[in-house]
Structures are given as C-alpha cells and as structure tokens.
Write a protein that binds this ligand. Structure first.
Ligand SMILES: Cc1ncc(COP(=O)(O)O)c(C=O)c1O
Length: 442
C-alpha cells in the first residue's frame, strides 16, 4: 500500500514534469538557479551556455533589465484587470506595437497565454469566420505530418508528431494532413531552404478534391517546422500553399510560435519568406519567455467578418481570464522595445551566415547524417542507435550539459536556437563543444 506521506522541501517527487523523462531526471537532477544574458547558472554553480534560448523563447537573452523593471512596475501599479468587457492601456499599446512589426495586412491581435492556446484560438476563429460569412459547412482543418502546434486537442489533431498524438484517443474529427517536407535523399546538408519539395504543396489539391473545398476552413503549418527537428520549407512551397488556399477560399494560418520575433532575421517568417497568411499564431518571444503570453494576429478581413450585428452583443465567444494580462502586456512592450533598441532581428540576420558555416563545419563528424539551418536556428540529425531511437541524441544532450552547453533534442535530432544576442565566440564554443560530445558518443 502507498505510504500516506507529505512532500518535504526539495523533495522532487510531487512535481510531475512536462515532456521529461521524470524517473531519469529525478535520479540525476539538472537544476538552473539563475540566468543572465547568454548563460544559465546551475545549482552547483556552473555556467551553462544557452544554445536554445530557453525553449526557443528568450530571444533577447536572460534577465534583461528593461523587461524585469517593466514587470516589477506593472505588478505594483495594476496587477490584474478583468479581461472581458474591461480594458487597460498596456494591452492596447502592445497590440499596436505588434501590428507595427507584423507583415503589412495584419491588423488585429487576440491574446492568449501560450502557443497551444494561440493555435486553438486560430482554429476556432477560422471555423467561426466562415460561418459568419454564411459558409458554415467549412469546418475541416488541414495540418501537416510532423507539424507541432502545441498540446491541446485542436493542436494535436492538426499536428503530426506521432508520439504527441497516438495515446490520446480520437481527437478532433474532420482533420486531414499534408505530407511533411523532409526529403533527406535529395536535400541533406542543404544550407538554408532546400531546392526540392515544392511539389508537396500540390497535395493540398488532392485533399481539396477528396473533401470538397466548401468543407475546408483552414490549413495550418509552421512556415519553418521547429519542434520536429527544424525542417525548412522547400523553395516555392509556401508560395504554392498560399496560391492553392486562396484559390479555394481556405484560410492559411502560419504557426509562428517559434519563428516569430526575430528567429529567422525578420520579425516574422511571413516577412522572411515573403508569403502573407490570413492568421499567425505567436507566443514565446512575444514576452521573451518571461511571462506566459501568446497572440493570434489576423488580417482585417478575418476580424471584420465578426464585426456585424447589434453592437451590444459579444462578437466572438472566446477568450481567457488572462488574455492581455497587465503584467504580461508590460513584459511584451518592454520585450519589443528591447528587440528594437538593440536591433536584435537585424542582428540575427547578420549573424546567420557565421552560424550557418559553424553548424555545417560539423559535416563529417561521427553519427551526423544531416544538418539544416535558417536564421539563428539549426539542427544536427544523428544516425539513431539500431533498435533504440532517441537514445543517442539524449546521451548527447546529457554530455553537452555536463560540458557547459544547453542543446535540445527531438528524436535523434539536436536542435539549437540561441538568444539573438549571441556573439561569435559563443557560437564557436557551442559548436566546438558539440563536436567534442559527438566524437565521444557511442
Ligand atoms: C510551432 C509551435 N506551436 C505551438 C507551440 C506550443 O506552445 P506552448 O508550449 O507555449 O503551448 C510550440 C511550442 O514549441 C510551437 O513550436
């Protein structure tokens, strides 16, 4: 029989950790106790170079004074205001600033608290948009294999990462998937966007023919797929998706939770690739990861479809207690100011060629079967150990941590996405240490 016990301070048992090998972690915990700029400090006093901007979110680096102070000030002045039927200035101010840097044509912001919630929100808006325009049969949602759109039911339904889906039942009905764009046979070791694979967007025509365009509400893709291990859009692919969705009256949603706020060297991937979707989902870098916040950004066309009927009626029955929370809004404003003042998006673009060459210098290193990169993001794919997928990359992660660098792994892929303040010597350290780690792996 289980003991009736209370947790004691520093007992690791009570906290069921997310996306973590809990039993492994609790036997050999990896604890961060402080962070500054490019580095974390571990509980045993070591400095660890942040090769992943936390979880692809701390784009301005850690504990930036402007952001810290803005949060402190806002918490002391207006801690919370009801999100429904009431407002406060910071939420409006932040929305305007987001629109300032968003692609031309994006005009409205709906706040959430995470990337997952942004995805649910965008999917719901898409379906309700068509209904508001008298096309209520458009309810189908199209995602893509290997896509990651967070962990809620809508997101895992349109998502395509098998482990995130298969144990959770039947999910949403009326969902279909485009094929993923990973063609290692033709594109391995490509620097930047691969040449081959634009034709995979034509699969959307097949899906449209199968279900009928009049039943499809939206297509959602990551313009550059991050969590599955950094898969870039083949040249011409996003343009084709845009043309086909437009032709059939289907909304195109870019999930920019990772690509938003400078990761590719532009504010958003939509600008980097020159393709304008109807909606963009964001989170992470919006507040530098410091306070949970997300935002769905829409065109006027999407927003305006709801602005009909008597003015005393709520137009969209959707929202969260913490939508546009004052402290999160203050963090968002200070974050966008930091990006602008320090020119961090431009900096990411300037540093990208050095990053690319450093990453690709790992070609030929033991176990490496592919390297992919864009902006300040990169992936190194390893040959899996036969019969033990993920084990080799996880060993690399543990060894890298011991040697003072933080990387991320997904399957047998190592993904890196450092803060945009990274300097060349940090890149040298990150890649040099990773090479040592790979050379020493079984
Ligand atoms: C493209 C994309 N969408 C959604 C999410 C989910 O975000 P969150 O973990 O904030 O819910 C992520 C997280 O990595 C993501 O990369």
């Amino acid at each position: 029989m289980a003991l009736d016990r209370k947790a004691t301070p520093n007992d690791l048992n009570a906290f069921w950790m997310p996306f973590t090998a809990n039993r492994q972690f609790k036997k050999a915990p990896r604890m961060f106790v402080a962070a500054k700029d490019m580095h974390y400090t571990t509980a045993d006093g070591r400095q660890v170079l942040d090769g992943t901007a936390g979880l692809w979110c701390c784009n301005a680096g850690h504990c930036r004074p402007r952001i810290t102070e803005a949060i402190q000030r806002q918490a002391a002045e207006l801690d919370y205001a009801p999100a429904f039927q009431m407002g406060h200035p910071a939420a409006f101010e932040l929305a305007n600033r987001i629109i300032d840097i968003a692609p031309k044509g994006m005009e409205h912001v709906f706040y959430t608290n995470s990337g997952s919630e942004s995805v649910e929100t965008a999917l719901k808006i898409a379906i309700a948009y068509h209904r508001a325009r008298g096309e209520g049969a458009r309810t189908r949602l199209i995602g893509r294999e290997r896509g990651y759109h967070g962990v809620n039911f809508g997101g895992i339904s349109v998502g395509g990462i098998v482990t995130n889906r298969k144990v959770f039942g039947t999910m949403l009905g009326g969902v279909d998937h485009l094929p993923h764009t990973h063609l290692p046979g033709q594109n391995a070791f490509t620097k930047g966007q691969p040449e081959h694979g634009a034709h995979l967007a034509d699969e959307l025509e097949r899906i449209v023919a199968l279900h009928g365009a009049e039943t499809i509400a939206a297509v959602i893709v990551e313009p550059m797929a991050g969590s599955t291990g950094v898969l870039l859009p083949p040249k011409g692919y996003l343009e084709k998706l845009r043309a086909i969705t437009k032709k059939h009256g289907i909304l195109l949603i870019f999930d920019e939770v990772i690509t938003g706020f400078g990761r590719l060297g532009s504010a958003f991937a939509a600008q980097h690739y020159g393709v304008l979707p109807d909606m963009m989902t964001t989170a992470k870098g919006l507040t530098n990861g410091v306070i949970p916040m997300g935002a769905v950004i829409t065109t006027a066309e999407v927003h305006d479809a709801f602005m009909a009927g008597p003015e005393h009626l709520i137009e969209l029955f959707h929202g969260y207690t913490y939508s546009g929370n004052p402290i999160a809004s203050a963090a968002g404003i200070a974050t966008l100011e930091t990006y602008k003042e320090e020119g961090l998006f431009e900096r990411a673009a300037e540093m990208a060629p050095y990053w690319q060459e450093a990453l690709h210098s790992l070609r030929g290193t033991r176990h490496v079967i592919d390297i992919r990169n864009e902006g300040l993001i990169g992936a190194v794919e390893l040959e899996p150990i036969a019969g033990e997928p993920t084990k080799r990359a996880f060993s690399a992660f543990l060894k890298a941590y011991d040697k003072g660098i933080l990387i991320r792994t997904t399957g047998d892929i190592i993904a890196m996405s450092p803060p945009l303040i990274i300097e060349k010597p940090h890149i040298d350290q990150l890649i040099g240490t990773l090479k040592e780690v790979l050379d020493g792996l079984e």
